[in-house]
Design a protein around this ligand. Structure first.
Ligand SMILES: [Zn+2]
Length: 92
């Protein structure tokens, strides 16, 4: 079996892989890139909902937080948060 000892050239192997990928990408309903283009970010809605919940939770906690009250008095902004709750609202 001399064939096995002859290494296939890198170039032709890479070409074969590219060819297979291209065929896969041409398969309707398979191409993940094409699907991503029609739905830019399927997780964006869920992330936005989570962010909203985080902000609401932080604002709820801020109502009872003396640091937030102090931050609001200091800045004159009624929605201001102390560093801790600001970080929570931002998901940190
Ligand atoms: Zn706070």
């Amino acid at each position: 079996m001399d064939d096995d000892s002859v290494p296939q050239s890198r170039r032709s192997r890479k070409h074969a892989v590219n060819e297979g990928v291209r065929r896969l990408l041409d398969t309707p309903g398979w191409n993940p890139y094409r699907r991503a283009a029609s739905h830019p970010d399927p997780a964006a809605g869920a992330r936005e909902a989570l962010r909203q919940v985080r902000v609401e939770q932080a604002e709820d906690a801020a109502k009872a937080c003396p640091d937030c009250a102090a931050a609001r008095r200091a800045s004159g902004d009624p929605s201001d948060l102390c560093p801790k709750h600001l970080a929570e609202a931002m998901g940190l």
